[in-house]
Design a protein around this ligand. Structure first.
Ligand code: SF4
Length: 429
C-alpha cells in the first residue's frame, strides 16, 4: 500500500463547512466531445459535426456505441495530411463536407460544428465558418459552433458549451410576457415529461426546456424568464442567460428525494405557489420515491465511498449518498466547482467533507488506496486498474447516460451504486 499522500492546503471556510481544496496535475477525464453522445439523442433534428482527428472519431464511435448504418446524428470531419500541409483550403473543404451532409440528410435542421484539440483545428475559426455556412443554408438549417476540445473542456463542459452557443439564438420574449420557467440542462425525455407534469400540478403555466427536442422550438428568453438548472455543470450557459435578462433560481439539484423536493420547492416559491399546493402536488411521487430508497439503504448505509473528479455531479451525488443512503464520504473530487451554483448543495454536505477541485491523479490514487473505500466512483480510465487492485468501482459516465433525476428515478439512482457492491459480494462468495 502507498503511503498517504499529503493533502493540498485548504482554501479556507467555516470550521463546519465542507473543506474545499484545489489540486493541479495530471487529469483523468474525458473531453467535452463526450456530451455529443447524449445531446444528439436529445435534440432530435440536430447534427454534430466534429472537426478533428481520428482519435476524436474513435472516442465518439466507442463512447456512443452506435452502428454506422444506424445513421447517427454525429460524425467527424477528419483532417487529412493534405489539409495539415496547407495544400487544401480548409474553409473550402469544410463547406464541401457540410454541403454533402445537408444534401444527404435533409432532416437536419440544426448543425453544430464542434472544435477539437489538434492545433490545426484550433487555428480554424469555426464560428466564422458557421456564420458563413448559415448564410448559405438559411433558413432551412441553422449552423452554430462550439469547442469540445480536451484542452478547453472536460466531459460535461461540452454540454455547457453547446447550450451556451444556443443562447444568443433564442428569440426575445414578448414585451409584457407573463413569467415563465426555463429548465436548463439535458434530461432524458421520460424525466422531462415527469417534471412537466409536476410543474403543471403546481400551476406554473409556462414551462420550457433547454435543450429543446426540436430545433424549431427554441424557447424565448428575457427579463420575465426565471431559469432552474437541472445539471450542475452549466456555468457558461447560465451566464449567457443572465446576460439576456433571465434570473437564476438557486436550488440544489434534483437527485434523490431531498434534491427533487428542494429543486421543485425553489421553483414553487419563485412562482408564488402556496405551500399547501406544493405538498399536495409532490406528496404521492415523494412517498413512492422514499419507499424505493428503503430497498437499497441496507446495502449502502455505512459503506465508504471515494469520488474521483469527472462530471461535476460529484458533490450532488455525495449529498444524496450521505444524507439519503447513509454512506460515508471519504473525498469528493470534482473537475470544477461553481461556488454560487453549488452553494445550496455544499450547505447540505456533512461537515468537514473534503472536496478537491481539479486533479493530481497520482496523489488522488494514493489517498484512495490508503483509505481503502468500499466503493470508488471514477472514470473508465481508472476503473479497470482499480478493479484489478481489488477495489469496487462505479463508472461515473453511467450517471450521465442514465435517467437519474426526479422522484421516479431515485430508486434507480441508488441501484446504480448498490449494484457494484452486490457484484463484488457475488465474486467473493
Ligand atoms: S477533442 Fe482532443 S481530447 Fe477529445 S478526442 Fe479529440 S483529440 Fe482527444
Amino acid at each position: 500500500m502507498n503511503a498517504l499522500s499529503p493533502f493540498p492546503a485548504p482554501l479556507g471556510g467555516a470550521c463546519d463547512a465542507p473543506v474545499i481544496r484545489q489540486e493541479r496535475g495530471q487529469r483523468e477525464v474525458f473531453c467535452g466531445l463526450t456530451g455529443i453522445v447524449w445531446l444528439h439523442r436529445k435534440i432530435q433534428d440536430a447534427f454534430f459535426l466534429v472537426v478533428g482527428s481520428r482519435t476524436c472519431a474513435h472516442l465518439l464511435q466507442s463512447a456512443a456505441g452506435v452502428m454506422i448504418f444506424a445513421e447517427p446524428r454525429f460524425a467527424t470531419a477528419i483532417l487529412e495530411d493534405r489539409d495539415l500541409a496547407g495544400v487544401a483550403d480548409i474553409d473550402d473543404e469544410l463547406d464541401a463536407v457540410v454541403d454533402r451532409l445537408l444534401t444527404r440528410r435533409p432532416e437536419i435542421k440544426l448543425l453544430f460544428l464542434v472544435g477539437s484539440c489538434p492545433s490545426e483545428v484550433i487555428k480554424i475559426d469555426l464560428s466564422r465558418a458557421a456564420a458563413r455556412q448559415s448564410r448559405i443554408h438559411a433558413p432551412r438549417v441553422r449552423i452554430l459552433s462550439y469547442s469540445g476540445s480536451g484542452v478547453e473542456t472536460t466531459f460535461t463542459q461540452g454540454e455547457d458549451a453547446c447550450l451556451a452557443a444556443l443562447v444568443p439564438t433564442l428569440p426575445e420574449e414578448a414585451p409584457n410576457a407573463p413569467p415563465s420557467l426555463l429548465v436548463v440542462g439535458a434530461l432524458a425525455d421520460v424525466v422531462e415529461d415527469q417534471f412537466a407534469r409536476l410543474f403543471d400540478a403546481l400551476g406554473i403555466a409556462s414551462v420550457r426546456f433547454l435543450p429543446m427536442r426540436r430545433a424549431a422550438n427554441l424557447p424565448s428568453v428575457g427579463p420575465n424568464t426565471s431559469f432552474l438548472l437541472a445539471q450542475p455543470f452549466l456555468a457558461d450557459t447560465a451566464r449567457a442567460l443572465e446576460e439576456r435578462g433571465a434570473r437564476h433560481i438557486e436550488a440544489p439539484f434534483p437527485l434523490g428525494v431531498e434534491g427533487a423536493t428542494l429543486w421543485l420547492q425553489a421553483a414553487a416559491r419563485a412562482f408564488g405557489v402556496s405551500e399547501a399546493r406544493f405538498h399536495a402536488a409532490i406528496e404521492a411521487p415523494r412517498v413512492r420515491a422514499a419507499q424505493a430508497l428503503t430497498h437499497y439503504r441496507e446495502a449502502l448505509a455505512g459503506k465508504r465511498i471515494f469520488l474521483f473528479p469527472d462530471s461535476q455531479l460529484e458533490p450532488v451525488l455525495a449529498r444524496f449518498l450521505s444524507r439519503e443512503m447513509g454512506m460515508r464520504i471519504i473525498e469528493i473530487g470534482t473537475p470544477y466547482l461553481h461556488r454560487r451554483h453549488m452553494a445550496s448543495e455544499l450547505s447540505l454536505l456533512p461537515p468537514d467533507t473534503p472536496i478537491v477541485e481539479g486533479q493530481h491523479v497520482d496523489r488522488q490514487l494514493d489517498r484512495c488506496r490508503a483509505a481503502k473505500p468500499d466503493l470508488v466512483l471514477c472514470g473508465l480510465g481508472l476503473a479497470n486498474p482499480l478493479e484489478a487492485e481489488g477495489f469496487t468501482t462505479k463508472w461515473s459516465i453511467e450517471l450521465l447516460f442514465s435517467p437519474i433525476q426526479g422522484f421516479d428515478q431515485a430508486g434507480d439512482l441508488a441501484e446504480l451504486f448498490a449494484r457494484p457492491l452486490r457484484r463484488r459480494v457475488r465474486l467473493e462468495a
